[in-house]
Design a protein around this ligand. Structure first.
Ligand SMILES: Nc1ncnc2c1ncn2[C@@H]1O[C@H](COP(=O)(O)OP(=O)(O)OP(=O)(O)O)[C@@H](O)[C@H]1O
Ligand SMILES: [Mg+2]
Length: 505
């Protein structure tokens, strides 16, 4: 073998070597001057906060992004993949962060998507496909009929099947971007066993996760990203979770800036408005209990896939509970339908707020009560509707300040303000907000924070669900942390920092 032009820490030449890689999207830097090397036969963990640039770097390696600065060397030779197909042909397989299975196809069809075995006559060899698929998923401990429709399986199983597709594709470099978000602890263990086997066969793996214990347990080395830059690469055995967190965040407690710490003011004497007891749902939510109090903002923090979305959907009557109870203002909350939940006084602004807006209706109708109670629309005077809406548009600084404009034409941040504005006229008992400030600019964030706090001060019990510690710490009076479908920690009063939330999740 010829000697490659580079060397890595261990004295062995790296299999894959990125040098001074930078990548920006429309002038916004996602990666800055990053060096990263992957050795043969190693599992390399990659950690960093949301938006740190992890997926972007993996997409460069996998040929999704090719307009980057810097160099990428494979076996010492410079490469630049123009497409995922080219990267795949070079022996690189990637499981993306977003599940990409096809729910309407069978398990076997998903396993062999795009690479079905053929018979001598060139037809798809269904029998072999079923047999091979069964063997492949059995390696991850799954005993499932390969002809089962993918969409009928639980998300964790779908995630494992998708993983099996890449793990057993023969790739020598395997990239797993957040592969365990939907997995239960025994499933994670089975996956880890398979990953170690692949490593011991000499394959190289990159493992991205927010579950830092998992990263430390499975990785040989760990690289930490912060804000588009590589901070360090360390031996996993010599690293602790707290050590990773402080490098991810990048500063000590004394230098925390706004949103990175909070003084909580939970007040147990406030009236409990919503009480969830032992809530379980679909193998995702497990025996979950918490209270939300009138005049208080409860922050629910957790990583993607921790069950927040399912929790919100349960409370809003979109998902039936398997067990447990929810009381609203001392009475059992009807959990069967969204109409009943809304009537009982629950309001929900989901992450995908477009779902809750009538995009082709003007702003004023979205803001006014008429859109909620469409049946009574004839009873509401249009002029009164417009007047109410105009007051809110001015209050919330919705831009452009035009009550007649179709909501669908507003920017995402302004749509969010409209989605919140209607609750100012129609105060709910409990307001559930999922990622209320995601993707908003600083000004719009400030406006939303102001509205949410105003509603709290008027006595509404507010539940803010977010995967961003900053969002939680900016808004919450009290915080609970969710992990894999359970509440694992509660912070009631006193000083709490971003690192405390990350450590609990
Ligand atoms: N296709 C894109 N267009 C524009 N901006 C993008 C695109 N992909 C990523 N970005 C931006 O690049 C930055 C890095 O994103 P990236 O997805 O790499 O983060 P990440 O570390 O994977 O975060 P997470 O843990 O949330 O998955 C972010 O600011 C993101 O908004
Ligand atoms: Mg990512």
């Amino acid at each position: 073998m010829t000697t490659p032009v580079t060397s890595s820490e261990g004295g062995h030449p790296p299999l894959l070597d990125l040098k001074s890689v930078s990548k920006s999207f429309g002038g916004v830097a996602a990666l800055r001057d990053v060096d990263f090397s992957l050795a043969k036969g190693e599992i390399h963990g990659l950690v960093g906060e949301n938006g740190a640039g992890k997926s972007t770097m993996m997409k460069i390696i996998a040929g999704v992004h090719h307009d980057f600065e810097g160099q990428m060397l494979l076996d010492g030779r410079e490469v630049r993949f123009r497409s995922p197909r080219q990267s795949l042909a070079a022996g690189i397989g990637m499981v993306h962060q977003e599940l990409s299975v096809v729910p309407d196809l069978t398990v076997a069809e998903n396993v062999f998507l795009g690479s079905q075995p053929l018979t001598a006559t060139g037809a798809i060899d269904w029998a072999r496909m079923d047999k091979d698929a069964r063997a492949q998923i059995a390696s991850l401990g799954l005993d499932i009929d390969p002809r089962t429709r993918m969409g009928s399986l639980p998300v964790g199983i779908q995630q494992l099947i998708e993983l099996s597709r890449v793990l057993f594709s023969g790739a020598r470099i395997i990239i797993l971007d957040e592969p365990t978000s939907a997995l239960s602890p025994p499933e994670v263990e089975r996956l880890f066993k398979a990953l170690r086997q692949l490593r011991d066969e000499g394959r190289s793996l990159i493992f991205i996760s927010h579950f830092l214990e998992d990263v430390l347990a499975i990785s040989d080395r760990v690289t930490i990203f912060r804000n588009g830059r590589k901070v360090a690469t360390a031996n996993a055995a010599a690293t602790t979770k707290d050590g990773l967190i402080s490098q991810m965040i990048g500063r000590g407690a004394s230098e925390l800036s706004a949103g990175e710490s909070a003084e909580l003011t939970g007040n147990a004497s406030k009236r409990v408005m919503l009480a969830a007891q032992g809530v379980s749902q679909g193998g995702i939510l497990k025996d979950l209990s918490f209270d939300a109090r009138a005049g208080e903002i409860l922050g629910v923090y957790g990583f993607m896939g921790c069950g927040q979305i399912e929790l919100a959907r349960c409370l809003f009557g979109k998902l039936p509970l398997d067990s447990g109870t929810v009381q609203l203002d001392g009475k059992p909350l009807p959990l069967a339908s969204t109409a009943a939940a809304r009537k009982a006084g629950i309001a929900y602004v989901p992450e995908n707020r477009r779902m809750m807006l009538f995009r082709t209706e003007p702003v004023y109708k979205n803001v006014s009560i008429a859109i909620l109670e469409r049946i009574h629309r004839l009873l509401v005077k249009p002029q009164a509707e417009r007047d109410i809406a105009k007051t809110h548009i001015a209050d919330l600084q919705i831009r452009p300040p035009n009550a007649e404009m179709e909501v669908g034409q507003l920017s995402g941040g302004n749509q969010q303000k409209v989605a919140l504005a209607k609750w100012l006229t129609h105060k709910p008992k409990v307001l559930i907000l999922s990622e209320p400030t995601r993707g908003m600019d600083v000004g719009a964030k400030q406006d939303v924070i102001r509205i949410v706090k105003a509603l709290r001060d008027q006595g509404v019990a507010i539940i803010v669900l977010s995967t961003e510690p900053e969002t939680i710490l900016t808004l919450a009076d009290r915080v609970v942390v969710m992990k894999r479908g359970r509440v694992v920690k509660a912070f009631e009063t006193g000083h709490v920092e971003k690192g405390d939330l990350l450590a609990a999740a």
